[in-house]
Design a protein around this ligand. Sequence first.
Ligand code: FES
Length: 110
Amino acid sequence: MMARLVRAAQDPIGPLAPTRITLTVDGEPVEGVLGQTLAGVMLSADTVAWRSTSFRDKPRGAFCGIGVCFDCLVVVNGQRDVRACQRRAAPGDVVEFHRDMPLSTPEERP
Ligand code: FES
């Protein structure tokens, strides 16, 4: 099997032009592209930490990027404990950082 280059103009899939979206991250408007995860949008905006540990207040952001470590938790539209690396950004999403907030209990989770 050989690798081959398919130029964008000849790509049979015909990728569409990216759709820009705007969401609010920690009170500031941030632009992203439809299809990006929240972590992708925040990393694109040079935000690398959006949570702090309950022990010693250490900064955390995306670590594994595949939904395993839970280091990337944010509050999205009022819903706590959302993994930013697993949630696709939607236009108008309001993302708040997980500061001074203990993890929710199983009873509090949707
Ligand atoms: S970065 Fe590990 S769960 Fe999101």
